[in-house]
Design a protein around this ligand. Structure first.
Ligand code: NAD
Length: 337
């Protein structure tokens, strides 16, 4: 893609601090002259019967049409008779892989410097298939589903990602020694895909050992691919290595090449409307969207401006121990651009 062709992307500013941090992303994108036109969609106030959710059919169509989007945090309205917003997006857009790059932000000290990992989580099945029931009183059952189709597709994404981003190694995380059939099938699929990418090293690591290795020395890993439940846990563990969910970007990959980037934190109702929110996670999520569009130069430019602003330490939001408002921090990033 040329950096001058305008691209339309869907933007869900979301709830709570969502609109404030989305404004910050828009301002920074404008300053960096990113050729993106945002198509904004808000969560509705009534349930749309076509989606059984507060997200309208038109909003979903917008993502399907544009194939790229950015999502702020959404607070699911309480009450019966509708689906959760995040579940609606995941199911309707078939968001099958969640990609979370975790890299240290220089100047924001955590236990390790130079963390640079990517977790890729299967997002549609495993223990999260929603198949739980009571067998008899006092005995319940939960069914873990692993399919060849979903495993091949997430493994394929992991290797493609590794190749496209110059990564050297993919580690499949599993517990196939105990879950021989389910995790066994997952591994079999990963091995099949690995054969197509001889230039990328492939290894298999048991989940418990993986946790121990990650906290001892995160540099032992590069790209990690895993089934749903393990991915849920490991991706938060990795976010913790770099300072927490407030700094961690993510991107969901869906059917037909859809990429929906999102910050992993919530709508932070305690600080909403106070110009205090940290836009870093949403902004770095927007950067993953740019990388998906192969606008790598622009992505680097923004990522460096964020890192330099935080490293300089003059402007930091309250959650990072500073005193800056969202708008001052945003302006500082624009100045670094
Ligand atoms: P939360 O992430 O909103 O807040 C937890 C704490 O982190 C709060 O103290 C908050 O102020 C702080 N925080 C979060 N993001 C921040 C940011 N960008 N800058 C500075 N501080 C930040 O979690 P919660 O309070 O459990 O959830 C609030 C709402 O968000 C709920 O309605 C929940 O359903 C929703 N939620 C949505 C998503 C999503 O859309 N992906 C994810 C998690 C929670």
């Amino acid at each position: 893609l040329s950096t001058t062709t305008p691209i339309t992307a869907t933007l869900f500013p979301g709830d709570g601090i969502g609109p404030e941090i989305a404004d910050s992303v828009k301002q920074i994108f404008k300053t960096a002259q990113i050729p993106i036109e945002w198509e904004e969609h808000y969560v509705g106030t009534e349930v749309d019967p076509r989606t059984q959710s507060f997200l309208t059919w038109e909003s979903l169509e917008s993502v399907r049409r544009n194939k790229v989007g950015l999502k702020g945090p959404m607070a699911t309205p309480i009450g019966k008779g509708h689906r959760s917003l995040n579940l609606t997006l995941r199911k309707e857009l078939n968001l099958y892989a969640n990609v979370r790059p975790c890299f240290s932000l220089p100047g924001y000290k955590t236990r390790y410097d130079g963390v640079d990992l990517v977790t890729i989580r299967e997002n549609t099945e495993g223990e999260y298939s929603g198949l739980e029931h009571q067998v008899v009183r006092g005995v319940v059952e939960s069914i873990k589903i692993i399919t060849r189709q979903a495993s091949l597709r997430v493994a394929e994404h992991a290797f493609q990602y590794a190749k496209a981003h110059g990564r050297e190694r993919v580690s499949a995380i599993h517990k196939a020694n105990i879950m021989q059939k389910t995790d066994g099938l997952f591994l079999k699929c990963c091995r099949e895909v690995a054969e197509k990418y001889p230039e990328i090293k492939y290894e298999e690591v048991v989940i418990d050992n993986c946790c121990m290795m990650l906290v001892k020395n995160p540099a032992l890993f590069d790209v990690l691919v895993m089934p749903n439940l393990y991915g849920d846990i490991i991706s938060d563990l990795c976010a913790g290595l770099i300072g927490g969910l407030g700094l961690t970007p993510s991107c969901n990959i869906g059917e037909g090449g859809i990429a929906l980037a999102e910050a992993v934190h919530g709508s932070a109702p305690d600080i909403a409307g106070k110009n205090m929110a940290n836009p870093t996670a949403l902004l770095l999520s927007a950067v993953t969207m740019l990388r998906h569009l192969e606008l790598n130069e622009k992505a680097d430019q923004i990522q460096n401006a964020v890192m330099n602003t935080i490293a300089e330490g003059k402007y930091r939001t309250v959650d990072l121990g500073g005193k800056s408002s969202t708008s001052d921090f945003t302006q500082a990033i624009c100045d670094h651009l």
